[in-house]
Design a protein around this ligand. Sequence first.
Ligand code: 13P
Length: 259
Amino acid sequence: ARQFFVGGNFKMSVFYPSTLEKGQNGTVQSIKEIIENLNNAKIDENVEVVISPPTIYLLLTREHLRSGLEVAAQNVFNKPNGAFTGEISVSQLKDSGITWALLGHSERRTILSESDDFVASKTKAALDGGLGVILCCGESLEQREAEKTIEVVTSQLKAVADAVGKDWSKIVIAYEPIWAIGTGKVASTEQAQEVHKAIREWLKKEVSDEAAEKTRIIYGGSVNEKNCGELAKQEDIDGFLVGGASLKPAFVDIINAKS
Ligand code: 13P
């Protein structure tokens, strides 16, 4: 069986109310509160938990978060070193105890114009350097309405397969329909399961039987403590990537959705 995986993507996190409703988020203080809440929580031992704070708080998070819970960067560059102002390398993340990178998020694809190939090259760099990758994919509302969902998602994944080849053991695929992100409009269990199943079939056909069987495919987009239980029951949903709700104490309920 695939180990359940729950990621918390804090984004830049100024749009959300702070954990425990104490003012703005994205401060040293609010990050510490979130970490403390997680450190003291009863977390199902069978769940892999990875949180992804803004870059500036990565070291602070790693320093305070209890062992067994992992930290992801929200981005990493595709070059090992050199003059790349504002970028961070895989080895610098590793040196700081950061074991995962979140790549291909729709906000970076759309707002920062990251192409499928750029996302793929960063995925390759991260894997080569020994990081795990939470690889995001997902369609816009327009693409869904044009019945292009599977085509869009699999072409995003194909760029990665072309770059990294057959070893997907350190990739977790996050299916995040853009129309469900931050909108409160969660995909229905049927909609999510349908795409997850199609992704698994694609893995079987284009990568390997093993990748299809073992790769965790997690769902993201308006997941909360109320809707997570039903989604978690779906055969091909192996966890969640949580935005807004990861900044609240109820994140723990989402982590424990299976228990
Ligand atoms: P929300 O959970 O806030 O919809 O965000 C989802 C997301 O984009 C996680 O990466």
